[in-house]
Design a protein around this ligand. Structure first.
Ligand code: NDP
Length: 313
């Protein structure tokens, strides 16, 4: 069991009432539509959303399209809420290092990266020492869920900081739940994703074996999806991305393998027994090494196809 950070009463935000500002760092596949939801909400409330991206042109395009304000890191540091959505906790840490000296007490940092619980606890402690609150708030539901404002948001942090942040989280989240102290959101997200990866690989294995038995895959998948063996992956990924050979880029395989590795690290930290999850993490890493990191995660299926000498179509 992880010890939670000792709670401290954070000062209320120093924002001028009616001029709430939220900053967003990382306008990738997820961050871009999430920041757009924030910008829309804040504009309607008389506030503003500041955005920053490593490739600056994306921040300028976001401002032109969604009414956010492309800003410097120094300007971002003055915001009431700072959101980050970056590949891993390592990138987030470098921004905490850069921004910490300029942050104001009462600010809340909300990390929507799928990160590591241990890193969240470390970063939260450093921020808390400066009077800054922290929530780990990873999301599930993909770019389409962000655009629809229906993401599942799993939040780790203290109750009061969560309550202060709930309205902003609700701009892109349909299900927004606090799941425990700092680090808990990342822990839940890692389990979510390793399960998704496990389901994806296992349905591909099942279908590859059926193809080798001469079964017609299209009706076989339909009947599986109407039966008790179905999963989110079997229902939403196989006929749409695999049978069509579309593999539309939404969520990089390298990120999924990273999440499965985080799940494994967390399991080892508390000495739980999870042999299926451990195997899924290894299999996803093997698939990543075989088909690449920057392809959509559904391309992991190509590795199952290769070891069976069949194509799932
Ligand atoms: P992307 O690869 O699409 O975007 C990554 C973002 O991080 C970009 O804005 C990129 O900037 C920026 N970035 C990368 N490296 C650095 C760096 N060293 N310094 C500064 N900025 C950097 O990732 P996603 O949006 O897909 O994923 C972001 C997080 O959300 C990940 O943790 C992922 O696991 C998680 N996630 C992803 C989902 C998905 O469906 N895609 C679903 C749920 C969670 P630049 O534009 O300059 O490259």
């Amino acid at each position: 069991m992880w010890a939670s950070l000792s709670p401290m009463t954070l000062p209320e935000t120093a924002a001028t009432p009616g001029h709430l500002t939220a900053a967003f760092i990382g306008l990738g596949a997820m961050g871009e539509p999430m920041a757009a939801q924030l910008a829309r909400h804040l504009k309607a409330e008389g506030g503003s959303a500041l955005v920053w991206n490593r490739t600056a042109g994306k921040a300028e395009a976001h401002a032109a399209q969604h009414g956010s304000v492309a800003s410097s890191l120094n300007e971002l540091a003055r915001a009431d809420f700072i959101f980050s959505c970056l590949p891993t906790s390592a990138e987030v840490e470098s921004f905490v290092d850069q921004l910490l000296p300029g942050l104001r007490p009462g600010t809340v940092w909300i990390d929507c990266t799928s990160g590591r619980p241990a890193a969240a606890r470390e970063q939260a402690a450093r921020l808390l020492a400066a009077g800054v609150g922290f929530l780990d708030a990873p999301v599930s539901g993909g770019p389409a869920g962000a655009r629809a404002g229906t993401l599942a948001v799993m939040v780790g942090g203290d109750e009061a900081t969560f309550e202060r942040s709930r309205a902003l989280l609700g701009t892109f989240g349909g299900t927004v739940l606090r799941v425990g102290p700092v680090g808990s959101g990342f822990a839940v997200k890692a389990v979510n994703n390793v399960l998704m990866g496990l389901h994806l690989l296992s349905v591909a294995e099942g279908l590859a074996s059926l193809k080798k038995q001469g079964v017609d895959l299209a009706p076989a998948l339909k009947v599986l999806n109407a039966g008790s063996g179905s999963s989110f992956s079997s229902q939403n990924k196989i006929s749409q991305q695999v049978f069509t050979r579309q593999f539309a880029p939404m969520f990089r395989l390298g990120l999924l393998a990273k999440d499965a590795g985080i799940a494994l690290e967390n399991i080892q930290e508390v000495q739980a027994s999870a042999p299926l999850i451990a195997q899924a993490a290894m299999l996803l890493r093997a698939a990543q090494a075989s088909v690449g990191s920057d392809v959509d995660h559904t391309e992991a299926v190509k590795w199952i196809e290769a070891i069976n000498g069949v194509e799932l179509s």
